[in-house]
Write a protein that binds this ligand. Structure first.
Ligand code: C2E
Ligand code: CA
Ligand code: CA
Ligand code: CA
Length: 278
């Protein structure tokens, strides 16, 4: 927040200028970053509870910027999302993810990958056809691909998003509501969405150990999800206590630092090897 007095004002203006400059740079540089290998997809494993079986992974984008170093997606994804470039981002992550799924299938591993969609993808009526084409090209069954979408991205323009979601769902692609519990419309709306999975937002899962309210929210979402026949996934599982609580509640799938951080392709493969040896 800006403080009173001249100092505060003078301190504020250049800082804002830098933020805008940096955002502008990120937008103008992103296309080339995609083409020149600065952008990578990392994967965070998901396991079926109560056991340890790896059921798939979430694809999470990473940008190694030549000047700013490793950029967090929370910094550049919203900037990219504000432009048409998000189509290129989604296509890039989808393509990498399908290559990965195909590679696993060729080795006898059946694991799914979850790709994050943005509001623009949901407003793009041609998107489902591009997905269908990509699945065919890689010869991958649609149920091995999951799309994660937030309620707010659906609510931005439900009239456009719903037909896109229905098409994807009819094709057999798995749809998951991400960051569940953070929007307003949650309960009533969930019933009407063509989705298969609900992901409990990590803020609630992280709070379970210390806040009774968060524990109640998590339990309620698990029960609500199951009453709607949805698979319930918890993200942000950082310790054994949280994992055990989730098992006791009947949560289906866990994702979080306890199981693994998001890993580069190479490190994921090493992680999978070590895991199957045990
Ligand atoms: P998200 O979809 O909610 O992804 C989960 C975030 O939680 C990831 O942050 C992940 O690294 C982090 N996380 C996982 N386990 C734990 C844990 O146990 N504890 C804590 N504290 N955090 C955990 P990340 O990778 O920084 O991604 C941030 C957000 O950027 C994502 O949130 C997603 O909204 C967006 N994003 C990432 N990749 C893509 C992409 O390819 N496309 C789009 N449209 N958005 C993306
Ligand atoms: Ca996600
Ligand atoms: Ca999430
Ligand atoms: Ca998020």
């Amino acid at each position: 927040a800006a403080r009173n007095g001249e100092d505060g004002v003078r301190g504020y203006a250049p800082a804002m200028g830098q933020v805008f400059l940096r955002r502008f740079q990120l937008v103008t540089q992103f296309r080339q970053a995609l083409d020149s290998g600065q952008v990578e997809v990392h994967y965070q494993p998901k396991v079926a509870l109560p056991g340890r079986q790896v059921v798939g992974a979430e694809a999470l984008v990473r940008w190694s910027h030549p000047e700013y170093g490793r950029l967090d997606p929370d910094e550049f994804v919203p900037v990219v999302e504000a432009t048409g470039l998000v189509d290129a981002l989604t296509s890039f992550v989808l393509e990498r993810s399908l290559v990965k799924i195909r590679e696993w299938l060729d080795r006898g591993l059946r694991m799914s990958v979850a790709v994050n969609l943005s509001v623009r993808n949901l407003a793009d009526e041609a998107f489902p056809d591009r997905v269908a084409e990509a699945l065919r090209r890689h010869d991958i069954a649609p149920e091995l691909l999951t799309f994660e979408l937030t309620e707010s991205s659906v609510m931005a323009d439900p009239e456009r998003a719903l037909p896109v979601l229905r098409r994807l769902h009819a094709m057999g692609v798995v749809l998951a509501v991400d960051d569940f519990g953070t929007g307003y419309s949650s309960l009533a709306y969930l019933r009407q969405l063509p989705v298969d999975e609900v992901k409990i937002d990590k803020s609630f899962v992280l709070g379970m150990g210390t806040a009774l309210g968060d524990m109640a929210v998590v339990r309620t979402i698990v029960e609500l999800g199951h009453s709607l026949d949805l698979v319930v996934v918890a993200e942000g599982v950082e310790d054994d206590a949280a994992r055990e609580q989730l098992v006791a509640m009947g949560c289906d799938v866990a994702q979080g630092y306890l199981i693994s951080r998001p890993l580069s392709e190479e490190r994921l493969e090493a992680w999978l090897r070590a895991r199957t040896k045990k």
